[in-house]
Write a protein that binds this ligand. Structure first.
Ligand code: ADP
Ligand code: MG
Length: 361
């Protein structure tokens, strides 16, 4: 199911101050392609849950429209939209078995949608198998691990074969190992069903690893949408550049003069734009240690983490929160005299942003 959002806006009266308005979703115009897993990404409070709630009908838009394929669903009740929803806290019925939790949405169907007992049983088992929970059907939720409970919640959302599946931070309550396992399960389930899925997370690594496409938002506004690798490689503004990637991108104060980009006194590259102040942002993997390289830093230490070798260093013009972190090939020869180290920079890993609006130049 293709989802189209048209001028979609949601304004709340602030919870803290009745005279203040909060624009939780600000004029979204996007198309979510059919059959894809879409990662919706942004810091806490940026409007991710509100956007999902608008799509499923739990919130009414202040302005704008929502289409599923060509059908305007803006005024449809949530139960008439064919959307499955999964929340962070699983929200299972504690007194019901796994089987009864999954069958619940089907038991409630009335009229022409009513299903026979056999049909319900067949669908429940099929869905339980899909999420690999079919051996635990008689257990109660409190007899399951967090990851298993979340799979039951996913099964319950899928059992009505919705056209759209919405997952709101489904992994946040799981420990690191279960998070990893469960996200692989979600990826697999999405692939097997081909259901258009929006997966909300504030964890960029999670979104990057399982999504076909990511959407980055900030303060209610769409920042960038695209393939995870394209958004990482070509961030359209400083916020997106900083939000994606671990270790984070390294940011420097810089300027352009006579078509050359400088960081302090170091001339790092040519760029055919007007003289101006800029931010220079360099991915950790964009630094190549080189004797007499273009960027001169103060050497701090070398850290070896598994396959990666990280050189930690400093530069007066670096404005990132922490030290400069580079990731270099472990078999490269690193020249340093204990005090200073210089690097050449990979051009495709070096991004220049305007100081005025923080957009890419
Ligand atoms: P996220 O899911 O990205 O953390 P939310 O969509 O929950 O963000 O919230 C976005 C903004 O809207 C926040 O400032 C939040 O306080 C506000 N907000 C969300 N729901 C309501 C509501 N029902 N009433 C008032 N403000 C709300
Ligand atoms: Mg939320």
């Amino acid at each position: 199911m293709k989802i189209t959002l048209q001028n979609l806006t949601k304004i709340f009266v602030s919870r803290h101050n009745k005279n203040e308005l909060v624009t939780a979703v600000d004029d979204f115009n996007i198309e979510l392609p059919d059959g894809k897993l879409i990662g919706l990404l942004g810091p806490s409070g940026c409007g991710k849950s509100t956007l999902l709630n608008l799509i499923c009908g739990l919130e009414e838009p202040t302005e704008g429209k929502i289409f599923f394929e060509d059908i305007d669903v803006t005024n449809l009740a949530p139960e008439d939209r064919g959307v499955g929803m999964v929340f962070q806290n699983y929200a299972l019925y504690p007194h019901l078995s796994v089987r009864a939790n999954i069958s619940f949405p089907l038991e409630n169907l009335r009229g022409k949608d009513k299903l026979s007992k056999e049909e319900i049983e067949r669908r429940v088992l099929e869905t339980a198998k899909l999420v690999q929970i079919d051996e635990l059907m008689e257990r109660k939720p409190n007899e399951l691990s967090g990851g298993q409970q979340q799979r039951v919640a996913i099964a319950r959302a899928l059992v009505k074969t919705p056209g759209v599946l919405l997952l709101d931070e489904p992994l946040s309550n799981l420990d690191a190992r279960l998070r990893l396992q469960t996200r692989e399960q979600i990826r697999r389930i999405q692939k097997e069903t081909g259901i258009t899925t929006v997966f909300v997370t504030h964890d960029q690594e999670e979104a990057m690893s399982i999504s076909d496409m990511i959407i980055v938002m900030k303060s209610g506004k769409l920042q960038q949408m695209g393939l995870p690798q394209s958004v990482y490689n070509e961030p359209i503004n400083l916020f997106v550049a900083k939000f994606l990637g671990t270790p984070a991108i390294n940011v420097f104060d810089g300027y352009v003069k006579d078509k050359k980009v400088y960081v302090g006194e170091d001339c790092i590259m040519d760029k055919d734009i007007e003289d101006q102040e800029v931010y220079v942002a360099i991915r950790p993997e964009g630094f190549v240690p080189k004797k007499n390289g273009c960027l001169h830093c103060r050497f701090d230490r070398i850290e070896i983490m598994g396959r990666d070798t990280s050189i930690v260093c400093h530069h007066d013009k670096c404005i990132s929160d922490e030290d400069i972190r580079t990731i270099v090939d472990s078999d490269i020869r690193i020249h340093h005299d204990g005090n200073s180290i210089s690097f050449d920079l990979k051009e495709n890993k070096t991004h220049i942003f305007s100081k005025k609006d923080e957009n890419v130049l």
